[in-house]
Design a protein around this ligand. Structure first.
Ligand code: HEM
Length: 386
């Protein structure tokens, strides 16, 4: 074997050895790279397995729920639908945990009744103020002669003023409870409003029944004066002479405007009183006998209470706005009207101007008192009038 052949073989084996080393090194690199890729891939993929299994599981649970639902969910679903169950608390409807109508009632009370209707009172007050400022006051056309006519007895006046004062107190406390939170917290602060609201609630509950008795007596005593007659239509046609200073439409003991006020009180006022009593009775522990079920709103059920509350609040606000008109006419609006309800006597001039038919009857019957400026004459008048 010559030396050149030996060299070639040695070179070949050295090259092969080198290639082998290079191949092994590359494989090691590939293994290292794929290991890193695999580690990163698994680090991302493994946590996803729990989500996937949860998703697949909940699908399966949902499918299963079609067949058998969770009893606890069923229970609360029924409670929300207003189904009654059992509760250890005794009392009407205490087994009904959630009453669906409650939401509707709250939306109505906190919505239109609390936010829109009270503007009616402010609007009427504004109109009366403007009317007065632009010469609305009805003065007496003739100077007073001193002659007087008895118009209201002591019991009429007592009932009127108890009803009027309790009405004003009920209006103030009622409005405080309805919209006081927005109106009064800026004035009284939270603590101040809390005590006022507490007082308002108690005062409203006590004065309500007093007012209801007053209204009932007024209706019984005065219904006879308030049936409509032919002259009332003419009176209404001329708007009670409100817009003409010189002419005064004829009227009997009560004019058509007063009669309308009376009938509003005998209808809407009675509903306000009934609904108020329906709400207050359970607070005093008053349970009505079964025959009383023929009356509306008195069952004490939540649905009845909610209806009663909406009617009571809505009508009371409208009524308060109308009462402002009556109060204005009875005080600043008409010269001489207030003294009738204060002392019982009106001047002959006032009677002839506003209630001519009644005044003529009283004059014919000799019921005019010549001078009531001293107490002695007033006493004589009492005797004269029987
Ligand atoms: C401060 C408030 C009030 C004043 C100043 C006032 C004034 C008067 C006056 C002067 C009269 C007599 C009218 C006349 O002789 O023709 C009268 C009658 C009357 N008042 Fe009042 N009043 C007030 C509040 C109330 C309230 C709140 C009510 C009812 C809730 C009421 C119901 C009546 C009724 C029903 C009459 C008789 C009218 C008729 O029978 O048609 N008053 N008022």
């Amino acid at each position: 074997m010559d030396t050149s052949t030996v060299d070639i073989q040695a070179v070949k084996s050295a090259v092969e050895q080198h290639n082998d080393v290079v191949r092994r090194r590359r494989r090691k690199h590939r293994i290292a790279i794929w290991s890193v890729v695999a580690i990163i891939g698994l680090a991302i993929a493994l946590p996803m397995i729990s989500y996937t299994s949860h998703w697949v599981g909940s699908e399966a649970i949902a499918q299963e729920a079609g067949a058998t639902t969770n009893p606890r969910s069923n229970y609360w679903r029924a409670v929300k639908e207003g189904v009654s169950g059992y509760s250890a608390v005794s009392g009407q409807e205490s087994n009904v945990l959630i009453q669906l109508n409650g939401t509707g009632w709250q939306q109505m009370r906190d919505g239109p009744i609390a936010t829109k209707l009270p503007w009616l009172i402010a609007g009427v007050a504004g109109i009366l103020l403007l009317f007065h400022l632009f010469g609305g006051r009805q003065k007496l056309d003739k100077p007073r002669s001193g002659r007087k006519i008895k118009r209201w007895g002591w019991f009429d006046r007592l009932v009127h003023w108890i009803t009027a004062i309790s009405f004003i107190a009920l209006a103030v406390t009622g409005i405080s409870m309805l919209i006081g939170k927005n109106l009064l917290i800026p004035l009284l602060g939270k603590a101040g409003f809390a005590s006022w609201a507490q007082f308002s609630l108690q005062a409203h509950n006590v004065l309500g029944p007093v007012f209801a008795v007053g209204i009932t007596l007024m209706i019984i005593m005065w219904i006879w004066y308030n049936f409509p007659t032919r002259v009332d239509f003419a009176w209404l046609k001329s708007a009670g002479g409100m817009f003409s200073k010189d002419s005064h439409p004829s009227a009997g003991r009560m004019n058509a405007g007063e009669k309308i006020w009376f009938w509003l009180l005998a209808t809407g006022g009675v509903v306000v009183c009934l609904t108020g009593l329906a709400m207050v009775a359970p607070i005093y522990g008053i349970v009505l006998p079964p025959w009383a079920d023929i009356l509306p709103w008195v069952s004490g059920s939540r649905a009845d209470m909610q209806q009663a509350n909406l009617l009571h609040g809505g009508l009371a606000i409208v009524w308060t706005a109308i009462a402002l008109g009556h109060i204005y006419i009875g005080t600043a609006g008409t010269e001489g009207a207030f003294e009738g309800m204060a002392s019982g006597y009106v001047s002959e001039e006032w009677a002839l101007q506003h209630h001519d038919l009644w005044a003529h009857k009283m004059i014919e019957k000799g019921k005019v008192i010549e001078s009531s400026e001293n107490a002695g004459t007033a006493a004589a008048a009492q005797t004269a009038n029987g």
